[in-house]
Design a protein around this ligand. Structure first.
Ligand code: BEZ
Ligand code: FE
Length: 309
């Protein structure tokens, strides 16, 4: 036998012994879910290291990258989540967490740009709160239950980028809460509001998430989308987005957030007749979408019962 083969086998079996010792060290973990997570994390991390022959310099480099992710993060910049987003982990977890029956409105990533307490906006109101922030777009539809009953008083919390690809809170040229608003549905579950047609935009690449994209030769664009959090008493809250169906990045979202049911078409209006009908100068777009909710507890109720309200 080649002595070098023997050395490799000795190392492998020692690594296996360390895996077994590590797993044994977690056996007394009190909380069952924590125990399950720690055991699986150790098992899969060790298997990952063994599969790729992970080296000490690589482990140190990984530690440096994670340190940078911590240093670049603050209350509005969550680099670990961004790394999870570009690794596809956020959406894998979304599919596992938010399984929905057929026909229900599906969830997607929240993203880092949400702001609570957006101004309440009346039916058919306008959330573009300043001039020239994009081509106007009118959104309308209904919030319905799975059995197609209208849900009155449902809340839509909406936010999106302006025509320059920037969210209001990252752009000194936009006013406070521009392109953000909260709306309530009417008696027939109907909603409508004016905004602008969203555009594709880049996610930040000045941190470790950018390193991953660059190493892989991947782009950092998200297809145009409007974010919605839809909630109603007695129904599960849904955090999601609606994507422009013909966007150039719709099949290649940098964070894998697109689901087939979340694609919408925009209709361009250019006629004098449509100007009269909508009371707006052309050109503008319209888009329609019905949000179908599943019975259950709202996010607030879940947070409250877990003592986090
Ligand atoms: C966003 O859509 O706002 C977003 C989502 C994930 C990562 C970065 C941005
Ligand atoms: Fe976004």
């Amino acid at each position: 036998m080649n002595p070098q083969d023997g050395a490799v086998h000795a190392t492998t079996s020692t690594a296996e012994m360390i895996t077994q010792s590590t797993l044994a060290s977690f056996q007394n973990t009190k909380d069952p879910r924590t125990k399950e997570l720690l055991l699986a994390a150790a098992k899969h991390l060790h298997a990952f290291a063994t599969e790729v022959g992970f080296t000490t310099p690589e482990l140190i480099r990984l530690a440096e990258i994670l340190t940078t992710a911590g240093q670049i993060s603050d209350s509005s910049r969550h680099e670990f989540l961004l790394m999870s987003d570009v690794m596809g982990l956020t959406m894998v977890v979304d599919y596992l967490t938010n399984k929905k029956p057929a026909g229900a409105h599906e969830s997607s990533v929240l993203g880092p740009f949400y702001r609570a307490d957006a101004p309440w906006t009346e039916m058919n109101g306008d959330i573009s709160r300043q001039q020239n922030c994009g081509t106007p777009a009118h959104f309308s539809g209904r919030v319905l239950s799975l059995d197609a009953q209208p849900i009155a008083g449902a809340v839509l919390d909406v936010w999106q980028v302006a025509g320059n690809g920037l969210y209001e809170n990252t752009d000194p040229d936009q006013c406070e809460f521009n392109l953000r608003g909260r709306l309530k549905t009417g008696a027939s579950g109907e909603y409508s509001f004016w905004s602008v047609k969203p555009v594709p935009y880049p996610i930040p690449v000045d941190g470790p998430a950018g390193l991953i994209l660059k190493a892989a030769g991947r782009h950092n664009m998200r297809p145009a989308h409007v974010h919605f959090i839809v909630s109603a008493e007695g129904y599960q809250t849904v955090i999601s987005e609606l994507f422009t169906s013909d966007d150039p990045y719709v099949e290649g979202d940098a964070v894998f957030g697109v689901k087939e049911s979340l694609k919408i078409e925009y209709q361009l209006h250019e006629s004098a007749e449509d100007e009269g009908k909508y009371g707006r100068p052309c050109p503008f777009y319209t888009a329609t979408y019905d949000f179908v909710l599943v019975p259950g507890r709202t996010k607030q109720e879940i947070a409250f019962s877990a003592g986090r309200a």
